[in-house]
Design a protein around this ligand. Structure first.
Ligand code: SF4
Length: 412
């Protein structure tokens, strides 16, 4: 797998982001807000906060394989081994005085002046933020969102919009300034632009061969996660898109000899990203797209209607939806990326983003006529993942894809 040249620009954007956060936490030049991954980041930026995303921090703990070392510190506080391993990694690391942000010159996570959640993805984020809120004696505010949403109804959008609007007063108090509506519209405009650019980057994987894989996406999505509403993220994705389009035009394959194309549903397994990327490459199989990377595409955002469109975007998200709209989405994705099969990650500590437990892989496999594979694992807890088992399963899955390909060729 050749590294994308944009990786250098990515490193610089992320380094600047963390450096600004560290500076704000040190000299109090700007207030610091913690925000859940799809919380109201645009509102926080418009109010002048430096915004920190603990899920990104937890993913870094997973990717650096520090998670299992620190999680017992959170388990010892009574946080179960069965709940979100992002939560237990992050709180455990805090208690152990460890952070992968040391790479960026931060000796600890930036202390929050306020923590802002949206429970559209799970309850864990709120419990997670409340632990820090109690520890630091700072406010924890947020949106209590509907979940398992069928069609997104106007009544649901109304309910979330009202809650977002109600956040303004407490956040203004922490920020020490009034919300400028023009600044909010601009933050939403930038977020939408970022989302469109990131979506266009992901869409380049419709080319054969695909110029990027899910594994590349998990790395290059960093600015889409942490810099919503900031102009530098848009600049970065313009660079990345140009490189991906040029790769696609030159038929430069992310997986040399791409023989099969598959879709990944669910969370990454951060501590085994590289190993899994190499495993699929060994079998000439490109994991061309995922629900995970596509979760940072927010087509509903509209600067003319900032609160309402933020509410709608948060409700339209894949993770928030019930089985039927999720299946319709996966069907569309399977066709759009022309995949030969689907992989579902059964993430042990995240039932919220695992779609394996109520028959979806079987239903979709039957409907689409495509093989499916359920991979057992976890987002951060590597005790739930076996390299040997994964190899056996992926090998068997690829053999199935090859047999189907041979049968299809034979029947022509
Ligand atoms: S969605 Fe899953 S991984 Fe993410 S914070 Fe919630 S429980 Fe943890």
């Amino acid at each position: 797998m050749t590294q994308l040249a944009s990786a250098a620009a990515l490193k610089s954007v992320m380094a600047n982001y963390f450096s600004a956060l560290g500076q704000a936490a040190r000299d109090r030049s700007a207030p610091v807000a913690w925000c859940t991954s799809v919380g109201p980041a645009e509102l926080l930026r418009a109010l002048g906060f430096q915004v920190f995303f603990p899920e990104n921090h937890a993913a870094m703990l997973g990717a650096s394989r520090r998670a299992n070392h620190v999680m017992p510190r959170a388990h010892a506080l009574g946080y179960s081994q069965d709940i979100c391993s992002y939560l237990t990694s992050d709180i455990g690391a805090f208690r152990a005085g460890e952070t992968p942000l040391a790479t960026y010159g931060l000796t600890e996570v930036p202390k929050a002046d306020v923590l802002v959640f949206n429970t559209n993805q799970c309850r864990d984020v709120r419990d997670w933020f409340e632990w820090y809120g109690r520890r630091w004696g700072v406010p924890v505010v947020g949106v209590r969102s509907p979940r398992y949403v069928d069609e997104v109804r106007e009544a649901d959008v109304d309910g979330v919009t009202v809650q977002l609007e109600a956040l303004v007063a407490p956040l203004e108090q922490v920020a020490g300034r009034r919300l400028d509506p023009t600044a909010l519209s601009e933050a939403v405009r930038l977020s939408r632009r970022l989302s469109d650019l990131w979506g266009a980057c992901l869409d380049t994987a419709t080319h054969r061969p695909a110029p990027l894989t899910f594994f590349d996406g998990t790395v290059h999505m960093g600015p889409a996660v942490v810099l919503r509403g900031a102009p530098e993220a848009c600049d970065y994705y313009e660079v990345l898109l140009e490189e991906l389009e040029s790769r696609a035009g030159a038929r430069h394959a992310a997986i040399p000899g791409e023989a099969f194309r598959v879709f990944w549903d669910g969370m990454p397994i951060w501590g085994r990203l590289r190993a899994l990327g190499s495993l699929f490459e060994e079998f000439h199989t490109a994991v061309v797209a995922s629900t995970y990377c596509n979760s940072w595409v927010f087509a509903a955002l509209d600067p003319a209607e900032p609160f309402r469109s933020m509410a709608r975007a948060s409700l339209e998200l894949f993770i928030v939806r019930s089985e039927e709209p999720k299946e319709r989405y996966l069907e569309r994705m399977a066709r759009f990326y022309q995949v030969d099969g689907l992989i579902f990650h059964d993430c042990r500590t995240c039932p919220n983003n695992s779609n394996t437990r109520y028959g979806m892989p079987q239903r979709l496999g039957d409907r689409l006529g495509l093989p499916t594979l359920v991979l057992d694992g976890d987002v951060n807890d590597l005790r739930c993942f076996s390299d040997e088992q994964a190899r056996t399963n992926v090998e068997g899955f690829v053999e199935l894809l090859a047999d189907r390909g041979a049968t299809a060729r034979g029947s022509r």
